[in-house]
Structure formats: structure tokens, C-alpha cells
Design a protein around this ligand. Sequence first.
Ligand SMILES: Cc1cc2nc3c(=O)[nH]c(=O)nc-3n(C[C@H](O)[C@H](O)[C@H](O)COP(=O)(O)OP(=O)(O)OC[C@H]3O[C@@H](n4cnc5c(N)ncnc54)[C@H](O)[C@@H]3O)c2cc1C
Length: 456
Amino acid sequence: MFDISKLKSIVGEDWVVTDRQQMESYLIDETYTGLIMTPADNVVVVKPANAQEISQVMRLANEEGFPVYPRGGGTGVCAGAIPTRDGVVLSMERLDKVEEIDKENLMAVVQAGVTLSQLLQSVESAELLFPPHPGDEGAQVGGLIACNAGGTRAVKYGVVRNYVKGLEVLLPTGEIVTMGGKLLKNNTGLDLMQLIIDSEGILGIITKAILRLYPKFAGPATLVISFDDRHAAMRSVPKILQSGVIPMAVEYVDHDLMEATASYLGTTWPATKGVAHLIIIVTGTNEDDVYEQCEKISEICEKNGSVDTLMAESREEQAHILHVRSETSMTYKARTAEILDVTVPPAAIGDLMDEIDRLGAEYDTKIPMVAHAGDGNFHPHLMLELKERGVEKEVKRRIYARAVEMGGVISGEHGIGKTKLQELEMCLDAKSLDLMRGLKHLFDPNNVLSPDSAIK
Ligand SMILES: Cc1cc2nc3c(=O)[nH]c(=O)nc-3n(C[C@H](O)[C@H](O)[C@H](O)COP(=O)(O)OP(=O)(O)OC[C@H]3O[C@@H](n4cnc5c(N)ncnc54)[C@H](O)[C@@H]3O)c2cc1C
């Protein structure tokens, strides 16, 4: 297929894995049970040390015509990093240096293989903050940028894109280019950097990033506010935002799901009243500011029908609430075919959730949901039994169709990868798809970088 000795001469013999057993963990990611893709038979894992070595691998890929699959932390949920054709998995794990925390400019310069956990530690030791926090700290900076990850804090702090100020990118044809810099303003030429962000590894390999940092905040405090009906909870969210309070996170959860998760974890869910909860995390300039915001939120929710408010101030209590919230998908993991990632205008989220409940009743199934309620992004869980009955795709397409009618999209943070390609045309017009294919061809004329992902 391709000459492994040439790969060894580029990165060194020790950094090429050919034994299937040793590469098992590089052939999978966190894609949900019902969508797992079978990796190709003839795969080689290559672990380059720097951009120059990656450049040589890409030049070889173009000469010999083999595909290359960039791989970060393998926490993606859309099979983006899974090598579905015979070829090379390019692991970024050795590009793992935090090169600089620049306190004067409030920027970090990091290599792409640095994990979120490593980044957070370095930034915290400099008494600074990198605000976004997608759920798995094993994700790498390159993967976070390639997927433009979101997470619970997006309502106040936005998604990863908002923090990327500069990139070093290895093009599929082997050239190394730099984009942006330690700059807060830059209107020089077309903004190619924004094109690379969220390109899911199909337009270039990110090797280094300059990320914007912020001063640390006071808090956080966590509120769990309970309601007797979902609409009362959802109605409260825009009222909170209109009041001028912008919480760090506004998560919606069904009471039943939290009870089930707590019991799965062998613990208890602290909120006992209501059928629906908002988990609201508040930060501020100082403790008084945080407390005042909590008071205001709780008053607004009371006016909109909340039945109880629980305020967690200690680190332990807050950690417990967030732990149960972050494990919700684990409760059903073995039984879940797919977790959708639909996004609609924030005010439409309650209506769509109601429609999904009705759809669940029509198909005689339960569709558990958690929602990043402040940003209109939510995750309906489609159970494996729907797949077994042969109706999972139908249910999914009906949810997507309704989301699109409401002005929404089929992915808000997880991306398209290889698992949503079939449905992409449900929310993109033919001309946009055409332009995207054209861009892919322009960047990657031989289609060697992550073929079959993000666009078809
Ligand atoms: C428990 C859990 C919670 C999660 N929570 C969230 C969440 O709250 N919000 C959210 O948005 N996502 C979430 N995710 C999804 C996932 O963590 C993100 O998509 C993350 O950005 C993937 O990063 P990674 O390094 O693991 O990438 P991988 O899984 O390794 O790869 C993902 C894609 O990025 C490409 N890629 C990786 N590195 C590079 C690079 N250096 N250059 C170019 N392309 C590259 C790959 O080719 C692939 O297409 C969660 C996942 C899990 C398992």
C-alpha cells in the first residue's frame, strides 16, 4: 500500500506503530454505540515530533496517494478521527508543549497536542483563565480548535473560536503557514484562520495556537432551580439574560434523568422538588457581585413559577452537582444509539423539546434530553431499541427537519465528522455545499487529508 520505511525515516522507527494490538486505542474515539465505524484493515500510526516532520508525511501522502487522519485526544463523538480507509493515523501527542503564557498580552502559545487539562493547569498557575470548558479534559488544543468545541460555559464566554487569535497550520500539500498572531484586531486579507477553525481536520493540520486568556473570576456559585413544568423553566432563561445577568452556564435537565444518573453513580441528586431543573453557574468580579446575581436569578425564576432554589457554595457541593450533570450520558450509554446535537434559536428550545417528547410517545420510546439552555443547543438521546426496530434514522430526520424549520442546525458543537454526512444537505443549500467542496479541493487537491469527513 505505502512504504512504511519512508515513514520511519521521517519520524524515527520508534514513532511508527504497525502492530494492530498496540494501535487499538488509536482506531476508535468516543462515537456513540449505534454509529461506531469499522476502522480499515491496513493502518499505520505515526507520531511526529514537529511541524517539519508532519510536512514530510503530507508530501509523501500526496506522492503515494494514501490518506492521513489527524488525531488529537480521541474524545470526538462523530468518528472524525477514525481511519476508515487504509492509511496513516497522525497522532499529535508529541506536540505537547505549552510554549508561553504571555501575561502582558494575555495570550498562551501552545502546541496542538497539549490537552485541555494541561492548558488549564498552566493558565491557572499563572493566575489567569481560559474560559471555555467542553466536557472532556483529555481533548487536545488542536482537536478543540478543529471542532470549535463549545460546552456549558458558552452562554457567557462563547465557544473555542472566540479565543483563537493565531494558528500554525500544516496544509494537506505540506506547506506550513501561520495565520493571525497575538492580535486583537486584524483585518488583513481574507480570514483563513476562521476557515480552519471548525474545519474538522479536512483543510489543514493545526500544529500550534495562540489563545486569548482572561483574568480569573470570583465564584463560581451554583444554583439548582426547580420547576413543575419545563416551559416555566425555559421561560425563565431569556428573562434572566434580559435582566443583565449573564451566568457562566445555564443547563436544563429533566428531574428523572438526574435521579437515574445519581442512582447509577450510587449517590443522590440534591434537588427533590419539581420535574425540571435549571442548573445555573454564576461568576463575577467579587463574592458580593456573585451573591447579588444569584439573588436576582432566584427572584426572576420565582416570578416565573419556580418551586424551589438550592444554592451550592462549597466546592464539594458544586462539584457534586456538576459531576452528576456531566455523567448523564453515561446512565444510558450502553442503551444509546446516538446523542443528537441540535441547535435552534434559544427561545425555540422549549417548543422543540415538547415536540420531541410527542415524537417519543408516537414511537413508544423515551428520548431523554439535556440542554445548554442559554445557547439553544441540546442533546436528545436516541435509544438503541429505535435502531433495533429500524426507525432510528426516521426519528432523527424528523427531529432535524423540525429543528431546521425553526431556523436551527443539525450540529451546534460536536460537528459533522463521518456520522452526520447523510443529513448535511437537510440544512445547507446546494450552493453552499458546492462552495465547501470547492474549498476542500483547493486546499487538498488529492483528497489525502481526512477524506469522507465533514463534507462529501
Ligand atoms: C465526555 C465527553 C464530553 C464532551 N463534551 C463536549 C462539550 O461539552 N462540548 C463540545 O463541543 N464537545 C464535547 N465533547 C466532544 C469532544 O471532546 C470535542 O469534539 C473535542 O473538540 C475533540 O477534541 P480531540 O482532541 O479529542 O479530537 P479528536 O477526537 O482526536 O478528533 C476530532 C476531530 O478533530 C480532528 N483533529 C484533531 N486534532 C487535530 C489537529 N491538530 N489538526 C487538525 N484536525 C485535528 C480529527 O481529525 C477529527 O476530525 C465531549 C466528548 C466527551 C467524550
